[in-house]
Write a protein that binds this ligand. Structure first.
Ligand code: UD1
Length: 432
């Protein structure tokens, strides 16, 4: 859903944010619910556009999938192997729904997944692993058909890169496959551990999740369960960076600081105060921000690629130079044009964003390039201290990952509103 963000910066933040369940955990868990013979309840699921798209995908496969207050409930055996093209084409995570359909029906049809345009984002690792397990993929234009005439069987698979999505696809495929699957070079992100914990709660046999080698003993049947997904470390990083950009004191409750430790370490180096508790962190920034030097993303436990644009927004407010290289995605810094339009002294070379001090930030109209880049522009708006207004036009990216970013920032004391939707409002603002 389109909706603009109107920010007048210069106000310090003060308060507590309770970190919601992780989008990147909830989506694979919803895909996993297709494997279960019995109802699944995911507790405390934020109202994100990507969650709504995932529920639509589950319904297109013939399941009941609905919100019940703060929870989501999924029930019913999938009757169709064809996923609705609309939601599938709008979301990267739609590819995760194929392996469970393949496991249960021997067939899955979808369109190539969409999502943020931050790089090439191929699905070759997903497909190569599924082929080793007995699947036959056919790609015709945008349409992908996967069949497994003799069912899926275990395999010894080595990923050349620890892809989060490919690891999830192959865990999902292995859970009901015949025999044992060994996945080497697996991603070690906390969301993988969450998926394994869910599968095991449903009667699955997954060992080693969170390490580079995961072993799955296929079982005949998985039952349903009630499950609380892990908190969203990227949302926690967002509010930590918001506090650094705006100044003030923000407590992030319900999310272990170790899940986003690199972000907290970099903010500390830049001059923020960080107090770590077992499942909370308190960020303070009352003085100057220093440049962080050279910073790199990487696969977990390194700095998350999703946090890179958010940290880049903080760099705009620093009094020293800094750079962030994203080694995961080649076009991560789509927000750099917006930073420059605000007056930030930034440039992108290859995969690296460089920021120099000395820019004077001023309000203007910007366009959200993607989910995290859009959020980063909103954060940059918080750092504009001359009383001018920043308007971020958003075609619907930010709502994919934040249920109410403007409301959450407002509750912390920011002057941030969700404005009228769509380009019409944007055009009028541009004329002002
Ligand atoms: C997931 C997250 C996304 C995060 C990313 C990296 C979800 C829904 N999304 O995306 O927010 O930024 O992890 O932490 O969980 N690759 C291939 N072939 C493949 C698959 C991936 O070459 O088959 C490459 C990608 O182009 C990219 C790298 O591997 O360069 C990482 O991608 P991957 O870990 O798969 O990210 P996603 O699962 O798409």
């Amino acid at each position: 859903m389109a909706g603009d963000y109107i920010i007048t910066g210069g106000r310090p933040l003060n308060g507590t944010v309770r970190v919601p369940a992780a989008k990147n955990s909830v989506l694979p868990l919803l895909a996993a619910s297709l494997l279960c013979s019995g109802p699944v309840r995911l507790c405390g699921v934020p109202e994100l556009a990507d969650v709504a798209e995932s529920l639509a995908l589950l319904r297109s496969a013939g399941c009941t999938a609905e919100r019940q207050g703060a929870d989501v409930r999924v029930d019913g055996v999938p009757g169709s192997g064809t996923l609705a093209a609309g939601p599938a084409g709008r979301m990267r995570a739609s590819i995760l729904f194929c392996a469970p359909l393949l496991a249960r029906l021997g067939r899955a049809q979808t369109v190539l997944p969409g999502g943020c345009r931050i790089g090439a984002r191929p699905i070759d690792l997903h497909l190569a692993g599924l082929v080793q397990m007995g699947a036959c993929p056919q790609l015709e234009g945008e349409r992908l058909l996967l069949t497994a005439p003799a069912g899926l069987h275990g395999a010894d698979i080595t990923l050349r890169f620890p892809s989060v999505g490919a690891t999830e696809t192959l865990l999902l495929a292995a859970a009901l496959a015949q025999g044992e699957t060994t996945l080497r070079g697996a991603a070690r992100e906390p969301e993988i551990e969450d998926l394994a914990a869910f599968l095991n709660r449903c009667g699955g046999r997954v060992q080693g999740a969170g390490t580079g080698t995961v072993r799955v003993q296929g079982v005949r049947r998985l039952h349903g369960c009630s499950f609380v997904p892990l908190p969203d470390r990227i949302t926690a990083a967002t509010f930590a960076c918001a506090c650094a950009a705006a100044g003030g004191r923000v407590e992030l409750a319900g999310c272990a600081p170790r899940l986003y430790a690199p972000v907290l370490e970099i903010l500390e180096q830049m001059g923020c105060g960080v107090v770590r508790r077992s499942d909370a962190a308190v960020i303070t920034r009352f003085g100057r921000l220093y440049g962080p030097g050279r910073v790199f993303t990487g696969a977990y436990p390194a700095l998350a690629t999703d946090a890179a644009p958010l940290l880049a927004a903080v760099l705009l407010c620093a009094e020293g130079p800094g750079s962030i290289e994203d080694v995961i995605f080649e076009r991560r810094f789509g927000c750099a044009a917006g930073f420059a339009a605000l007056g930030g002294r930034v440039r992108v070379e290859g995969r690296t964003l460089y920021a120099e001090p000395g820019g004077t930030l001023q309000g203007t109209v910007l366009e959200a390039p993607d989910l995290r880049g859009g959020a980063a522009l909103v954060l940059a708006g918080l750092g504009v201290g001359d009383g001018s207004c920043v308007r971020v036009l958003d075609a619907g990216h930010i709502r994919r990952g934040y249920a109410d970013l403007a409301g959450d920032l407002r509750r912390l004391g920011a002057d941030c509103r969700a404005g009228r939707t769509g380009t019409e409002a944007g055009r009028q603002t541009k004329k002002l």
